[in-house]
Design a protein around this ligand. Sequence first.
Ligand code: F6P
Length: 343
Amino acid sequence: MSVIGILTAGGDCPGLNAVIRGVVTRATEVHDAEVVGILNGWEGLMRGETRPLERDDVRGILGRGGTILGTSRMDPYVHGDGYASCEPTIRQNGIDSLVVVGGDGTLHSALRLADEGNLPIVGVPKTIDNDINGTDVCFGFDTAVQVASDAIDRLVTTAESHNRVMVVEVMGRTKGWIATYAGIAGGADAILIPEVPYDLDDIVDILKARHRRGVRYSIVVVAEGVPPPPGYEPLKHRTDAFGFERLGGVSYQISDAIEDRTGFETRVTVLGHIQRGGSPTAFDRVLATRLGVAAADYAVEGRSKVMAALRGDEIVPIPLEEACAETRGVPFDRYEAARTFFG
Ligand code: F6P
């Protein structure tokens, strides 16, 4: 009987439990395989922390946020000796194939591990940032966009009552997917993303023009990874225990710069982890379930160094190398479409 190990690593993401449920149910019910859950991402693989996963263990988790396996940013190549750190857990549990659910950094380590240990590994792309190459969309992104656009809707009404500018900061690290999509969905008056340099003068002109037309509010959506406005120093971000930089806060600088140059009262909302917590949307539940089912199939078939990806309406296996080749930014024409509605 084949044994599939599964781990979830990196920042959590709505839909992780749906993937776990998909893998476990498909593996046990259709392929008569066993599944071993590895706790807290790579950390569990390095420290031998595992639990068996059976069908009953994954009932009722489809719509639950987070991950029942736990996650961390520990990495076998940064905090251990690569495959040597993981081999005992793999051997002791008789793991034939490993399903790794993670973002860019996690998938890079998965690729190295597959090469070094000659271990069949199947990747599943996970991140609210939506920046993994080779898949049309990552699960979790839709939920994050929904949360952010709901927040914008709420901010519009209070902004309008007070005649204010609202600067809304969203996650995404070096990419502006959440900002662009939430901005479009929320009808933002300006969207600032790392992929497209911004000119503060343009933003100020947009806001002033709105005021001249008698509009009593403006919404500026800012991706957390944009540079500070002219005259402001880049923020010094703290790092977590794994050396991962904690972004966030540039919107306060942008808000100050806007207020100083327009004279309009301006407020900041940093949405933060609200975007990542809680129940996944129906779209993310379906996508994550399909990815989990496909990952179980690929693992049982003995495929290695592939990632389950969404292409059009199909889930297909793509080379993990392709997923790791680069991260995917917002195409300029997508941003241009959003810019049509600025002001
Ligand atoms: O990569 C996902 C993400 O949510 C980013 O958008 C964000 O910058 C980061 O993780 C936050 O990480 P943490 O949960 O460690 O603060």
